[in-house]
Design a protein around this ligand. Structure first.
Ligand SMILES: [Zn+2]
Length: 294
């Protein structure tokens, strides 16, 4: 295990325990989440060593990589995911010209394939062997295994996306510094992350599925994400709610808390969370942010 003794955003050693969470999807081990008393950044601490993290991904529940189609829940998940890809493409097209696009953590490649279909020149990164081979075999995409951006040239990409990926990246500051290097001067960086201030997060507390310890190493609010990106030379230019995530996360959270997805109840909680996202400053369950260089 690795214990961080200072905050990765502000470097202060003012860390306080926030809550304990169980890894419900793979190991059933308990992990502690801390918050920085100076800048409010929240992260899993201690966390497994980088080389041991893959062990915690070995779960049949990790359907974003596995493309399982059994059961109504997964069927609905797949249909919504197809629709969500269309929304992501229209967002990308609204902020970026059709140049070179890099998707970090591209999974099985559905989004990247859709990017290529609308005229982008595409490159993916996916460390999971199973997901990467599906992306390559199903769509003939260019996908590298290495997450080290030194493999790319300065200003090589006009747009970069990380869909629920930044919270998984161990070397957070190094990754963002490297992204700044490989992104063109007017390039756009799209980051989607769960929001720990959302209504569903506060309702489910330690059972909130998007804590997802220990594979979620970092837990963002809008404020801490923007602070981190500002530190790396980016400014926020746009944000968009991911309304489906509230339903998905609530169903998983119900399962962790009560042993069943309780689809009607979790649907109702998803509605409340989205209404709270619209009418309060708490924000939605997950949000997409678009950044550009300052
Ligand atoms: Zn801090």
């Amino acid at each position: 295990m690795i214990l961080l003794d200072s905050c990765p955003i502000c470097k202060k050693k003012n860390l306080k325990k926030k809550l304990n969470c169980i890894d419900h999807s793979a190991s059933n081990e308990e992990f502690t989440i801390v918050s920085c008393g100076t800048c409010d950044f929240v992260f899993t601490n201690p966390r497994p060593k980088d080389e041991n993290l893959t062990h915690y991904y070995n779960s049949n529940n990790y359907i974003s990589h596995a493309n399982l189609s059994s059961g109504l829940f997964n069927w609905t998940y797949q249909r919504i995911r197809a629709f969500a890809i269309k929304l992501k493409i229209s967002l990308l097209k609204s902020v970026s010209k059709k140049g070179h696009h890099l998707d970090i953590g591209c999974g099985t490649g559905e989004f990247l394939n859709a990017c290529r279909n609308v005229g982008f020149n595409t490159q993916g990164i996916e460390p999971s062997d199973i997901a990467r081979s599906q992306a390559i075999n199903n769509y003939n995409l260019s996908v590298s295994k290495s997450t080290n951006l030194k493999q790319f040239n300065e200003s090589q990409f006009d747009s970069i996306s990380m869909w629920h990926v930044l919270e998984h990246i161990p070397n957070l500051n190094q990754m963002l510094a490297d992204i700044n290097r490989v992104l063109s001067k007017k390039g756009k960086l799209i980051i989607a992350v769960p929001n720990l201030k959302s209504w569903d997060a506060r309702h489910y507390k330690e059972y909130w599925a998007a804590w997802d310890v220990p594979i979620h190493l970092w837990h963002f609010s809008k404020e801490t994400l923007v602070k981190l990106l500002n530190k790396h030379g980016f400014k926020k230019v746009k944000q968009k709610a991911m309304i489906f995530d509230a339903f998905y996360v609530s169903a998983l959270s119900e399962e962790y808390k009560n042993g069943s997805k309780n689809l009607i109840k979790s649907f109702a909680i998803g509605i409340i969370s989205n209404l709270s996202g619209i009418f309060t400053k708490n924000g939605h369950s997950s949000t997409i942010y678009v950044f550009e260089k300052k």
